[in-house]
Design a protein around this ligand. Structure first.
Ligand code: DGL
Length: 271
């Protein structure tokens, strides 16, 4: 049985902490990460366009890597395109969506804030999640496009002080509210988790979807070792990082790959 990888998709570097979380649970498997630089920022595009672009990129990635499972490590792509992907491809998809449910459970008092891209913050999927799991809570949705750009372009080069300053500045509207829990509804923000923690008042809970996603992947693969070659002495285990587009961004992505322990493989080519 061949060694099929687990494919992680994001428009940039935001999905890397998600890959790390799953890899920590399943270290023997092969992982492929695709940063769809051609289509960044998805969060600033219209819903229909996001769906079309993500379907196109995933079709290419499925042809190229033949994955056992795909983690859509991007909230914007997941809230818009997850259903269409499941309809189109006969492989399991795990979406990353804002962790409204655990956040609502953990909230003792104060408002629940969801920080996300413009598309996720204003879209119907988040609206439904809030209605279903946080009914009766006061929920504020905060689009923070500037922080998506910062995490993508400056996370690697900025020092801790610069990161803290930018996160504090971008979160100013949020800091004026009586917030009890903050959901990181964009995978890029997980890169800035520490800075979020230091910007928010003590006691405010910070919640992302890593644990839920890792649990879901583990349970989907459980009892299905053959598909990924798990348990066999696999020669090709490890994690590879590919770019779609991003010709001028190779150095930054080499650094991301080093930082997260992946092998940088350059541009993906359709086969
Ligand atoms: N990482 C993506 C998310 O989780 C957003 C990045 C983008 O706008 O392309 O929503």
């Amino acid at each position: 049985m061949e060694n099929k990888p687990l494919l992680f998709y994001d428009s940039g570097a935001g999905g890397l902490p998600y890959l790390a979380a799953v890899r920590a649970r399943l270290p023997g498997l092969r992982f492929v990460y695709l940063a769809d630089r051609e289509n960044f920022p998805l969060g600033e595009k219209a819903e229909e366009e996001v769906r079309r672009l993500v379907l196109h990129s995933i079709a290419l990635a499925v042809r190229r890597f033949d994955p056992a499972l795909v983690v859509l490590a991007c909230n914007t792509a997941s809230v818009v395109a997850l259903q269409a992907l499941r309809d189109q491809f006969p492989i399991p998809f795990v979406g990353v969506v804002p962790a409204v449910k655990p956040a609502a459970f953990s909230l003792v008092d104060g408002k629940l804030a969801v920080v996300a891209t413009r598309q996720t913050a204003s879209g119907p999927y988040l609206e439904r999640l809030i209605r279903e799991f946080a009914d009766g809570r006061e929920v504020i949705r905060v689009p923070v496009a500037g922080l998506v750009e910062f995490a993508e372009y400056d996370y690697i080069s900025a020092d801790a002080e610069q990161r803290r300053t930018v996160v504090c500045r971008e979160l100013e509207p949020l800091l004026a509210e009586e917030v009890g829990a903050v959901v990181l509804g964009c995978t890029h923000f997980v890169l800035l988790e520490e800075e979020f923690r230091s910007a928010l008042p003590e006691g405010v809970k910070l919640i992302d979807s890593r644990e839920g996603v890792a649990n879901r992947v583990v349970s989907l693969l459980n009892g299905d070792d053959t598909r990924t070659g798990r348990g066999r002495a696999s020669r090709s285990r490890g994690a590879e990082l590919y770019l779609k587009g991003g010709a001028g961004e190779q150095e930054r992505y080499r650094a991301f790959a080093r930082h997260f322990g992946l092998r940088f493989c350059g541009a993906v080519e359709a086969r």
